[in-house]
Design a protein around this ligand. Structure first.
Ligand SMILES: *Cc1c(COP(=O)(O)O)cnc(C)c1O
Length: 491
């Protein structure tokens, strides 16, 4: 299958009309600053679902990748998918937990870094490194992270041939666990850089670097290609379609629904990659009534879905208890716009967004969007309450996951069963979780983890406990002005 551009093609020679999957992964920016999307979506409706009713995760994954006809050797795909064997349970890397009669949690966090970023980044690392070797090219991955992408990217790329990673994070802007996951990661091809400031400072530093002529020339002289492991890369999105289908089949296998019954999917959303995966699954034939989008107080997505306007003209990001969702510009929405309204209209809207931080759907466009999505926002006080309520019913969830209970409560118009996608383990946000369940937070993650563990009678996973004993490898802490110098000397 070929991939095309969300904002149409500008006929420039370096912008081919169509690219293969590998081209979309490595691909430079598409025409007019767009991103790549599949030319059409394969049909994975009831026939496919029945065929894979009992398929284990990897087999299902292979069939979904197969339906997209991706241009990668089978051995590479097998190697990529074999990383799911390292999750808690190799036979079922994504368990489905039951919370109540009609509420279920798809636990996407059972990989090495305990956040759902592993679901896509683990296999993606294998694909990218294989492509780099095949093409005999070197790649630099730049990441600015608020906490979950960084650890997952470092973990997947460590010691991979032909790939180097420079990862910037705001010192003091992550949880202890997230910071330790990055600065204890020991491999020669990784550079982790603490930035004095907040996440936005790290992001601004990254943007400046990407615009710097000196930096471009250095890369060119060293024959290093730049790649982004960010969440608009279709090489990540494709792995985010699979787990929604898997969760549905788990519901069938557990006899909670019969094949064909519709369910709701509830997704805690930031950059909209997870939600987009659900949307694609729905469009490909998964019986999903609607995708329920939860946001925190940074509610641009909820506003778009409820009022048809993407608007952050007078809006600043506010810090919340679900920091991975503290985002104003959700990059993957563009793919939904393309799918619903076509390239010309997408280009128009995205250009307006870039220039004015605003665009508005027509009434009929808005109606179309609402056929697939419903949304609500969940403030910190509600988030804490949902974590506590669920804990009292016997289930411990992280604050991001908890925001989904809000949309489950407020957005369902039919009494259908709902699957919440859980994006992080409680261990990654232990201070908030501890406070919510009335275990003492203490003065840092380690104390909070222990207090939760004692109160909830639940073990701290090995990967997390070990972090506090590992030697610290990366001690670089700099001002954002010094980023370029630091990365060039790493190269
Ligand atoms: C990345 C992340 C999200 C947001 O996911 P998107 O796909 O960007 O919408 C939500 N929760 C956690 C814990 C995350 O790490």
């Amino acid at each position: 299958m070929k991939f095309i551009e969300t904002r149409g093609n500008d006929s420039q020679p370096h912008h081919p009309l169509k690219v293969e999957f590998s081209g979309a992964i490595l691909g430079p920016i598409a025409s007019y600053g767009g991103i790549y999307v599949p030319e059409h979506l394969p049909d994975l409706g009831l026939e496919f679902l029945n065929k894979h009713r009992d398929s284990p995760y990897k087999q299902l994954a292979k069939a979904v990748l197969g339906a997209f006809e991706i241009d990668l050797d089978e051995s590479v795909i097998d190697e990529a998918l074999s990383l799911y064997d390292e999750f808690d349970d190799a036979n079922n890397p994504v368990p489905l937990a039951k919370i109540s009669d009609d509420l279920f949690v798809s636990e996407l966090y059972r990989g090495p870094t305990r956040a759902f970023k592993d679901m896509a980044l683990q296999p993606f690392g294998v694909l990218l490194s294989a492509l780099a070797r095949q093409r005999d090219e070197d790649y630099l991955i730049l990441a600015a992270t608020s906490g979950d992408t960084g650890p997952a990217a470092l973990e997947t790329f460590k010691n991979k041939e032909r790939v180097r990673v420079a990862c910037m994070f705001p010192e003091g802007g992550t949880s202890d666990v997230q910071r330790l996951q990055m600065i204890t990661e020991d491999a020669d091809n990784l550079k982790v850089i603490g930035i004095k400031g907040v996440f936005d400072d790290a992001q601004i530093a990254l943007k400046q670097l990407l615009g710097s002529q000196q930096f471009k020339e250095t890369l060119k002289a060293k024959k290093i290609h730049l790649s982004a492991a960010n969440s608009v890369n279709f090489g990540r999105i494709i792995f985010q379609i699979i787990y929604h289908i898997h969760a549905y089949l788990e519901m069938v296998r557990q006899a909670e629904i019969t094949m064909g019954t519709r369910i709701y999917l509830a997704v805690p959303s930031g950059n909209f990659g997870n939600a987009l995966g659900g949307y694609y699954a729905l469009k490909m034939g998964l019986p999903v009534e609607k995708i329920l989008i939860s946001t925190n107080k940074n509610n641009v997505l909820a506003q778009l879905i409820n009022h048809g306007r993407y608007d952050f003209r007078d809006t600043e990001v506010v810090a919340t208890l679900s920091p991975a969702m503290d985002i104003l510009k959700a990059s993957n929405v563009e793919r939904v716009l393309f799918d619903l309204y076509g390239a010309k209209r997408t280009r128009e809207m995205m250009q307006q967004l870039d220039e004015e931080r605003f665009y508005e759907l027509t009434e009929s466009e808005h109606q179309q969007l609402r056929e697939f999505f419903a949304a609500d926002e969940c403030d910190d006080e509600e988030t804490t309450r949902y974590v506590r309520n669920c804990f009292e019913q016997g289930y411990l969830m992280d604050p991001h996951t908890a925001t989904c209970i809000k949309v489950y409560d407020s957005c369902r118009s039919k009494p259908l069963k709902t699957v919440i996608t859980s994006t992080a383990e409680w261990t990654k946000f232990s201070m908030t979780t501890a406070e919510a369940i009335g275990a003492d937070g203490g003065d840092g993650d380690l104390q909070a983890l222990k207090n939760i563990s004692a109160k909830a009678e639940i073990d701290i996973p090995e990967q997390i406990e070990a972090l506090f004993k590992k030697p610290i490898i990366h001690k670089t802490l700099i001002n954002k002005e010094d980023i370029e110098k630091t990365i060039i000397s790493f190269l």
